[in-house]
Structures are given as C-alpha cells and as structure tokens.
Design a protein around this ligand. Structure first.
Ligand code: ADP
Ligand code: ADP
Ligand code: SF4
Length: 610
C-alpha cells in the first residue's frame, strides 16, 4: 500500500463487543482474503507484547502494509465509535517516525533541538506530541523509530540525527551529563500527588538557593503556609514555576506557563525565565499565549499534524517567522498548509468609534463581599448593540464579579441593572456536572442543534465532533471549555458574556474560538463581553475595552468602556508594558523592557497602537 499513510486506532474507543467488527467486514482487502483488519489476538497470538500494544486481544489491528490508505477509508466510516483514523502523511515527511507508542498508535516525527543557553519554544495544538518529544529529551522515553516490537535502540536514533544539535544533546543525555527539571502542564493535578503546604512543597526544590527571591517575585508569600489543596489555580501555577526554576538543571522544560495568570504575572514569569537561561542552562517552553511565547523564546519549532494520530515537529524557525507562518496558516520551509485561512490583525485601533444603538446603559454600581474584604466600584457606561467589549485587568480585581452583576447572579449593593436584559453567561469556572451526554445537553439549549448552520458556525470551529457522545462529567478541561462556549453562543440572548474563554484551550482552538465568537456576533447582530488575559484574543475580538484597576483582592474599579487605543494605553501603562507591530503582518509584539522602542513609546504615551 501507500507507505506514506498510517492507521491509528483509539483503543479507548474501540469496543469490539458492541460493533460486530463492521470495519473488518467491509474492508476491501479483507473481502478479498487479506488480513488487513484482524483482532490483535489473531495477529499476534497469545503473546500480545510482541505487537508492542497495550490494547485488549479482541481490539483490532490494522496492517499498514495492506491498507489502501485514506482514499479508501471505509472502516473509518463504518466504525460506530469513531475509533479509526487512516491518514495520508504529507509527502514531504521523512517516513521514519522518531517514536510510535505501539501498533496503530500515535506517531511522532521530528524532535525539537534545545539550544544551549537559549529558550526554545514549541508552538502547536495539544495532542500533537509535544510532551512525547519532551519526555524523549528528558530521557523518560527511549525513542523507537517506529519499531515498537523491536526497538531500534539509541545507536540507531543517534544515526538518524547524526550531525545535528539533537545528536549532541542525545549523546550528552546518554552519558548522564544532562539534568532535567520539568514543570507539568496540568498544575491542577498537583494537589492529588502532594499532601502538605506550599512551604513543604517548595522546601526540597531549592537547589540553587534562590527560593526566597522566587517567592517574592512571584508573590507566593501569602500562601506559603496554606495547604496545597486550598490554593487557587493561579497560585498553584506560580508555585509550580518556582519549584521548577529553583532546581539546578541543565535543561528546563516548561509545559505552559500562563494558564490562570494575568498579564502582569505572565510578564514576571517571562522575565524570570529569561534571567535563568544562559551559558549552560537551556529551556524548552510550550506556550499557547502567542504574545508571551514571542517574548520568551529565542527560536521556535512549530508542531502540526493530526492531534491524537500523528505530529510533526518542524526544524527550528526564528520566533518571528514561526509565529507569522503559524498565523498565516502556511509553513514556508515545509511547504505545508496547516489551516485554510489566515489570522489577521488590524494595525490601527480601527473599530474604536463604533457607537451604534445602545444595548444597555448601566449606572454606577458597587458591590462588596463579607465585611468589605473586597469592594468593587463600577462607573456607569454604555454597551452598544453588535459590539464585542473586551474586559482587561489583573486577577482578583472584580471582573467576574462585574460579569455576575450583569447576569443578575449577584445583586449590586448600590445601583440597579435593567432586569429585562437577557444574558447568556459562560463563567470562568465551568460547571458542567449533569450526568448527560454533550449532544443531549447542547440540543436541550437550542433547537438549531444539528442544523448545517449550527454545525458550521459552532460545532466545527469549536471541534465538538469527537466529544458529542461523551458524558459532560468525563470531559477534559479543554473539552469542557469548548462545550461551554458552544452552549453560551447557542442561547438566545441580548448579551453574551464569556469569562476567560482561552483557559485550558490550545493555540489552534483559541484561533478557532475567536473566529467563531467574531462570526457569531457579526452574523447575529449580537453583543458580547469577553474577559481574557490573552492579548491576541482581546486584540482580535474586541471593538472597545472595559479596563479594571485597583488593588487585587482588596478593591477594584472599572472605568466606562473606551476605544481600543485609549483602553490599551490605560491598561498597559499600569503594567509598564509596550507593544510594537510586526512589520510584515501587523501582529502585536511585546517590546523588550528598556529597549529603544519601549522607551520611545512610553515617552509618547502610545503603549499599543504606534
Ligand atoms: P501534546 O503534549 O502535544 O498534547 P502528547 O505528546 O501528550 O501531546 O500526546 C500525543 C499523543 O500521544 C496523544 O494522542 C496521546 O494520547 C498519545 N499518547 C501519549 N502517551 C501515550 C502512551 N503511553 N501510549 C499510547 N499513546 C500515548
Ligand atoms: P477577577 O475576575 O478580576 O479575578 P473576582 O471578581 O473573581 O476577580 O474577585 C474579586 C475579589 O473578590 C477576589 O479577591 C475574590 O477572592 C473575592 N471574591 C470573589 N467572590 C467572592 C465571594 N463570593 N465571597 C467573598 N469574596 C469573593
Ligand atoms: Fe481496510 Fe484500509 Fe479501507 Fe480501512 S481504510 S477499510 S483498513 S483498506
């Protein structure tokens, strides 16, 4: 067969006791007597380990030698559980994978090359093999070059990479000359594995004697004596970062640093990382906030492919080109289209003077919690019909409180809101705990469910296809987020309030969610209010800005909504951060603090649109 294609079977989905092997019954080679699709037991006999797989004996094995490839794809259609993918690999690809987890399992092509003394970034969706690549570089997985039954061994791997930076890195790793420190992606899982307070967790990590400084700069002090299972996501993220950066390692791997952090905290994390790399310390960073990745990394690898099936890590690119190519949807050197459409920014604060009909005018509002532990004041303002209002400000400043005042979930202490306004609300902390399938849940919200219009506008961009049959309670963080965004947009409302839609979703899903929200509001003359810390998300979505300032966890204040230019200037001057524009695609890029542009822009008071 086409040796440029692979067959991937999702063993969590393959349920032979419930399907009568429709795939095998209809497979054309099978029908002419070939053993293209057989059970794993039939292929390998009793000793399944030879097949290098960990599925059940009755689950299927597809012979990639015999399979006719993607143009056939009959089994893909026949499988009632969407367990099979047959994929023609891009012709440009070197056909030896670096690693394959087993027969019909995920295949990784290419490895990132950590450059000594530098920060190397990886940009790409989840499920594409970034963690697999890093586990190889960390010495946790021995790459098998796709020979899962009979691993090729390190010598063969080195041969494959002879003469490259990766070869020298892997050689050092083999000689035990590399020490690795790693921050996991899902910090929420740390409390499951650690029972104690923050101080105890950090105690054993201080190999460089820098913990006090890290605790100070990451503002961890207030939670040092709190149990790990009682601190917030943003606090856990900063504790995990401190724990990793305090180690004395040659190679640091950070799998996402920004989740739960506000922009100020993201900048602090970026600065700490920048200060640590040097001479003999290098860093590999996976990050979905493009503005921060741009600031952090010295070079970057783009990862593309088919999440869950195969992933390709490209050769290194300059950060600027890598991000530009990614956004444009086309990788130049690889000659590879990764998305049909390009993502484009507007260079000048464009939609600032929108001012259409008024959707709602809200008066001055006040709300405090407890005995005034936290108090919020909101200056009255207007939200126009058919605009997207971006909401920015640090964590703990009252943004979610304001959203809940608008939805009527909270009553203000002072001021009154028009109760006739119907609001669809996606809260920051998503509660989808009904014992119900995703499709039943979404169809209970809208009668448009399943129409071709709803599929194109909502289900496809939010990649809901493969989660429809899952139970709400079984969804991962990113899946919950996408279902919750879909549920919010599917409601019939005057105002759509989305609190942190970028949380838990990868860069590609953000790009798709942005187009879905934008398109939906445009096509429905709908009005949206979007709270987020991802600058690109706010830039691409918002027509105007609502800026919050104050003292986090003590008092917050919101000014009336203003145009993008004024709003960005106000918000970024508080943070002391300026952006320039990429000259080719107009994408905003954070200036290095103290650089000539940074100083000039601050002097002129232009923090964002120059
Ligand atoms: P990323 O870091 O880009 O999200 P990963 O490297 O974690 O991607 O995973 C890539 C793919 O490899 C996923 O589809 C995952 O299910 C699969 N995978 C990861 N670990 C294993 C394993 N031990 N056995 C089989 N498949 C695995
Ligand atoms: P943001 O959305 O800007 O992060 P929030 O509106 O969630 O801010 O919270 C503002 C402050 O109010 C925080 O210090 C938070 O701990 C506190 N807070 C939020 N909800 C409650 C509540 N129900 N009771 C007491 N304090 C609360
Ligand atoms: Fe058989 Fe391959 Fe066709 Fe599937 S895609 S039915 S395995 S030939």
């Amino acid at each position: 067969m086409a040796d440029d294609s692979i067959a991937v079977v999702d063993l969590d989905r393959c349920q032979p006791d419930r399907c009568n092997y429709e795939c095998a019954n209809f497979c054309p080679p099978n029908r002419t007597g070939s053993e293209c699709i057989v059970t794993r037991e039939e292929r390998y006999g009793e000793d399944e380990s030879e097949g290098g797989y960990d599925g059940g004996p009755k689950q299927i094995s597809i012979s990639e030698e015999i399979c006719l490839g993607e143009t056939c794809g009959i089994c893909v259609e026949k499988c009632p559980f969407d367990a099979i993918e047959i994929i023609n690999l891009p012709q440009e690809l070197d056909d030896t994978p670096v690693h394959r987890y087993g027969e019909n399992a995920f295949a990784l092509y290419g490895l990132p090359a950590p450059r000594e003394g530098r920060v190397t970034g990886i940009l790409g969706p989840n499920g594409i093999g970034k963690t697999t690549a890093v586990r190889i570089l960390a010495g946790e997985i021995a790459p098998n070059l796709g020979e899962w039954g009979d691993p090729a061994g390190w010598e063969a791997v080195m041969d494959e990479y002879r003469g490259t930076e990766i070869q020298s890195y892997l050689e050092a790793l083999q000689d035990d000359a590399v020490t690795v420190a790693r921050k996991p992606q899902y910090v929420d899982r740390i409390p499951d594995r650690f029972d104690g307070n923050t101080r105890e967790l950090l105690e054993n990590t201080d190999e460089r004697g820098v913990l006090d400084e890290l605790v100070e700069r990451l503002s961890i002090g207030p939670v040092m004596d709190q149990p790990i299972d009682s601190i917030s996501g943003g606090e856990l993220q900063r504790v995990a970062l401190a724990a990793t950066l305090a180690r004395d390692a040659d190679f640091y791997f950070l799998d996402e640093v920004t989740p739960y952090l506000d922009i100020g905290q993201r900048m602090t994390a970026a600065r700490l990382i920048g200060e640590l790399v040097g001479d003999d310390r290098s860093m590999l960073v996976v990050e979905h906030d493009l503005a921060i990745l741009d600031l952090l990394a010295d070079s970057l690898h783009v990862a593309y492919g088919e999440p869950g099936a195969y992933g390709v890590i490209t050769d290194p690119k300059s950060v600027k080109n890598g991000i530009n190519e990614y956004l444009s949807g086309y990788l130049d050197n690889e000659n590879m289209r990764i998305r049909p459409n390009a993502i484009e920014f507007e260079e000048h604060a464009p939609r600032s003077t929108k001012g259409g009909d008024t959707l709602v005018e809200y008066p001055d509002l006040a709300k405090s919690y407890g005995d005034g532990e936290f108090s919020l004041t909101v200056e009255g303002g207007t939200i126009y019909e058919n605009e997207v209002l971006g909401v920015v400000g640090p964590n703990g400043i009252g943004k979610s409180t304001f959203a809940e005042l608008l939805t009527g979930e909270l009553a203000p202490d002072e001021g009154e809101l028009d109760a006739r306004l119907s609001v669809a609300y996606k809260p920051q902390y998503i509660q989808l705990d009904q014992p119900m399938r995703v499709d039943s849940y979404l169809s209970s919200i809208t009668t448009d469910f399943g129409t071709s219009y709803w599929n194109t506008e909502i289900a496809q961009p939010l990649q809901l296809g493969r989660v429809m049959e899952q139970n709400l309670t079984d969804l991962s963080g990113g899946e919950r987020q996408r279902v919750a965004i879909a549920a919010c947009l599917s409601e019939d409302a005057d105002l759509y309030v989305l609190d942190e839609p970028s949380a838990h979703i990868d860069v590609e899903q953000r790009v798709q969610a942005i187009s879905a929200i934008r398109r939906y509001t445009e096509n429905h003359d709908a009005t949206a209010l979007v709270i987020d810390h991802d600058t690109y998300m706010i830039d691409l979505l918002a027509d105007r800005l609502l800026v919050f300032d104050g003292e986090p966890a003590e008092s917050g204040h919101a000014s009336p909504p203003v145009g993008m230019r004024e709003g960005m200037n106000r918000f970024l001057s508080d943070l002391d951060v300026t952006f320039r524009r990429d000259e080719r695609v107009g994408r905003p890029r954070i200036n290095k603090p103290g650089s000539q542009l940074d100083r000039e822009q601050k002097r002129e008071g232009e923090y964002y649109y120059t």
